[in-house]
Write a protein that binds this ligand. Structure first.
Ligand SMILES: C[S@@+](CC[C@H](N)C(=O)[O-])C[C@H]1O[C@@H](n2cnc3c(N)ncnc32)[C@H](O)[C@@H]1O
Length: 264
């Protein structure tokens, strides 16, 4: 079978299984099976698919049909132009979280100290460290997440509840993409059955972690320090009530997504 035929068959299977973006997904999975970039598939469409390639490709297609996210199959996700290792046990970085990075970067000065609370894959901490000269620290309550964050380059990490491993008044900036999904929310099976609940859910209204994050950040920040965090769809009124002086920023879809506030 040629790569062209394999792609057509994979696309059909995924389409029949109601998987989003079936052609693109088939290309990503076939490229991963052959350990090549997607562009290779175009240039070599008439090549024969090896038996080993077929075995891997078939396995990946069936995983995807069982609703395993593509990123957990390829162990890759791009964030802010760089590639991160991801695996079950850590949230797949979302594109909208790049806004949090954009919001925080202008506040960073050459000697800033930054703490990323709930670092997950480390995507925020690593991006901030690479895009600035700040000293960036990261915490998470999940050892699986921290292992992956370290592998991705988040070096100064602590396994703890919020920022409890760090002394008061240590940071110029506290940044966080905390869990914020309300407990009863209906999620896509990819998310519900695969991503860690600890990274998603946060009490009946989704705001439990944020309610604890605010006083914890105030403890951790130096006077005049900055807290920036992400929150979910429909939560901006609650955030405004919790933090009347915060600036709320919308994401590219126009949905209020990030709160930022300077402490006194
Ligand atoms: C929504 S995920 C964000 C992951 C990553 N920062 C990102 O943006 O992709 C939330 C993260 O917070 C962690 N977390 C949940 N509760 C926590 C707590 N009490 N203290 C520290 N980390 C916590 C989870 O393990 C998870 O890695």
């Amino acid at each position: 079978m040629t790569l062209r035929t394999a792609l057509a068959q994979g696309t059909k299977l995924l389409e029949d299984g109601a998987i989003d973006a079936p052609r693109l997904t088939a290309e990503v999975l076939l490229a991963h099976a052959l350990r090549v970039e997607r562009v290779y598939l175009i240039a070599h469409a008439g090549d024969e698919l090896s038996e080993l390639g077929w075995i891997h490709y078939g396995r990946y297609l069936h995983q995807r049909l069982r609703r395993v996210p593509t990123q957990y199959i390829t162990n890759r996700q791009e964030f802010y132009g760089r590639e991160y290792h991801v695996a079950p046990g850590v949230l797949v970085p979302r594109p909208e979280t790049e806004l949090l990075v954009e919001v925080v970067l202008p506040f960073i000065t050459p000697a800033s100290t930054v703490l990323d609370i709930g670092t997950g894959s480390g995507c925020i901490a690593v991006t901030l460290a690479l895009e600035s000269t700040a000293r960036v620290f990261a915490s998470d309550i999940s050892i699986d997440a921290l292992r992956i964050a370290r592998r991705n380059g988040a070096l100064n990490t602590a396994l703890c509840d919020l920022g409890s491993a760090f002394p008061s008044g240590s940071f110029d900036i506290v940044v966080s993409n905390p869990p914020y999904v309300p407990a009863g929310d209906v999620l896509a099976p990819e998310v519900r059955d695969n991503e860690p609940a600890q990274a998603l859910f946060s009490g009946a209204d989704g705001l439990d972690a944020i309610r604890r994050l605010i006083p914890e950040a105030q403890r951790l920040l130096k006077p005049g320090g900055v807290l920036a965090f992400e929150f979910g769809f429909g939560q901006s009124a609650a955030i405004r009530a919790l933090l009347p002086t915060a600036t709320i920023m919308p994401d590219l879809a126009g949905i209020d997504r990030v709160a930022v506030l300077r402490t006194s």
